[in-house]
Design a protein around this ligand. Sequence first.
Ligand code: ADP
Ligand code: F6P
Length: 319
Amino acid sequence: MKTIGVLTSGGDAPGMNAAIRAVVRYGIFNNLRVMGIKKGYNGLVNGNIEEMQLSSVADIIHRGGTILRTARSEEFKTEEGMKKALNVIKVFGIDGIIVIGGDGSFKGAHKLSEHGISTIGIPGTIDNDLGYTDYTIGFYTAVNTVLDAISKIRDTSTSHGRANIIEVMGRHCGDIALYAGLAGGAESIIVPEEELNVDDICKKLIQGRNRGKLHSIIILSENIVNAYELGEEIQEKTGITTRVTIPGHIQRGGSPVAFDRIIASNMGARAVQLLLEGKTSRAIGIKGNGLIDKGIEEAIAEESDFDNKMFELTKILSI
Ligand code: ADP
Ligand code: F6P
């Protein structure tokens, strides 16, 4: 192993830069050449690649986004795209590739490994929707961003005595809603892992009002129901004025929190280590307090491990 490449793919996540920094610095420390592949798999297909130096990753550990840029590449999924990518890998003399992204990006990494290229996946997505790992890079930063929104909305919710719906990201995973909802003391949390019951939410709102609660925060995971229509239904059924806030892509940006920087740094170094040990098609994760690595295929086949116990706790604590 002499030359390795690193790319970020799919949706960006705060902490990706900290992972790139760790790959580059740990790689160079181990006498490897490290190539930065730009815009995800597009860079591999089009040869948009630059050698990274120690200084290429200076002053980025605290920055959101990804200095390598990211993209979704349809071409890479085609046979022709894969052929082009394999040719570029040969021309640049790349022996192994570290892919930072979500499950789609991991599928691409596995395909490359089937063509004889060593690949390692680092989980980078705010959604925390990969079941094989407790946490993905960017998740805790997104949770903190939502928490900040909850705190601000709670102020005005209390002043006006309104119900406020906050729609959060997560694709088809309720983790951002669950963690931010627990930390923010939300009255109701709507997640894809449990069937929506609007009447229960309304009942809870009215019970809260009857015992003098002024604010009502409802956290809604995206892709379940139209937030504005839900707001109208709740207002009609309870008589409580309801407002909707959708933080949207604000959740994808910002300076990564310490936890994301720490796991990104550790995972970046471990990825290089695995390539040096001759491993391929491995996904790095975190279980308990330690790093793990698993076959990529096995890792992406694992169901998301939604924490039902914690979800039940949020219901008890918000009565
Ligand atoms: P994420 O990695 O965040 O889940 P996507 O699902 O959009 O994001 O995947 C990112 C990129 O990974 C895709 O644009 C594509 O280039 C590559 N990819 C996804 N699925 C496959 C696949 N089955 N085979 C090859 N490449 C894939
Ligand atoms: O996967 C990260 C994520 O932000 C999801 O939470 C969201 O559903 C999706 O990406 C949004 O994608 P885009 O940035 O393409 O709008």
